[in-house]
Write a protein that binds this ligand. Structure first.
Ligand SMILES: [Zn+2]
Length: 300
């Protein structure tokens, strides 16, 4: 039976219309493995001069030379700048063209989250009001460069979806959202399928004792989030194959002083927004969050 559900944290509405006996294999994506290195890729090892000069790096060597394990560079084609004040950066989280976040070491995964935290904090400290960090993995998720990377866009205003999240937030709704957990409930990070998941196999994760701003987390928390994100993406890959996905960090803006908890949304792109979705703003989800959580839990 279909149900119209509201995501209490985002206000988004979804029609949950479970298709009977739909197995996770239905959504499985097959993709040829990527090469380890591509001569024309600006993010590959040895091509450091193809990006604007780096603003941060981890690893050895001089700026804009090999030896790095992670680089942060300004986006060559920024979404914001002169016309819309702000900043747009790219976090290249591995020199390997075929890196898969779900297969990173714990240290590598932690470094990505530490870099996103540091650069987010940098921009808020420098006068930006809101910073959006995200990963677009795969063409269906909007990635224009195949080499895995994360992005940060800093803005001088709070965007409308963030305003809605901040206005709607309640601790009770946040606790209730976690009813379909896939983690063992002992660790420092909770991972769950939201009850009003917009699309099949959407995951959400957050530190158990998190605050309102992602950029203010300590090193231990950042490392725990990195490992939990890595494990969540590995579970998605195990369940759905090489599916495209978005990872989106939902955090409070610089000057927010009301109750809020930051979290991460992971949205596998197994469906396409079509006519009904464009016309209505509703999404349609054919897999119940309970079933998705069960499949992802057993994939770990
Ligand atoms: Zn590459």
């Amino acid at each position: 039976m279909q149900q119209l559900l509201v995501d209490e944290l985002t206000g988004d509405r979804v029609i949950l219309a479970p298709a009977r006996a739909l197995r996770p294999d239905t959504f499985r994506v097959h993709a040829d493995p990527l090469p380890n290195s591509v001569p024309t890729c600006p993010f590959c090892l040895g091509n450091e001069r193809e990006t604007p000069p780096e603003v941060a790096r981890r690893g050895d060597g001089d700026p804009d030379t090999p030896g790095w394990t992670l680089r942060v560079v300004p986006n060559k084609y920024p979404l914001v700048g002169d016309g819309v004040p702000g900043s747009h950066e790219v976090v290249i989280f591995s020199p390997a063209h075929d890196a898969d976040f779900g297969a990173l070491s714990g240290f590598e995964a932690a470094d990505v989250v530490l870099a996103l935290r540091d650069r987010t904090h940098f921009h808020l400290d420098r006068g930006c009001v809101y910073t959006q960090a995200f990963i677009n993995q795969g063409k269906a998720a909007g990635a224009s460069i195949e080499h895995p990377h994360a992005q940060i866009v800093a803005l001088d205003f709070v965007p409308p979806r963030a305003v809605v999240r901040l206005t709607r937030f309640s601790t009770a709704a946040f606790a209730d959202d976690r009813r379909y957990r896939i983690d063992d409930e002992q660790g420092p990070v909770a991972v769950w399928c939201p009850p009003a998941s917009p699309t099949p196999f959407t995951l959400r994760l957050a530190p158990v004792d998190g605050g309102s701003r992602f950029d203010l987390i300590d090193d231990d928390s950042a490392r725990a989030v990195g490992v939990a994100l890595r494990d969540a993406l590995a579970a998605i890959r195990h369940t759905l194959g090489a599916v495209a996905y978005n990872v989106v960090i939902e955090t409070a803006p610089r000057d927010h002083d009301r109750e809020f908890r930051w979290w991460v949304d992971i949205v596998p792109r197994v469906t396409v927004a079509a006519g009904f979705e464009i016309g209505t703003g509703l999404t349609v989800n054919t897999v119940t969050p309970a079933d998705a959580a069960e499949a992802l839990r057993t994939a770990q």
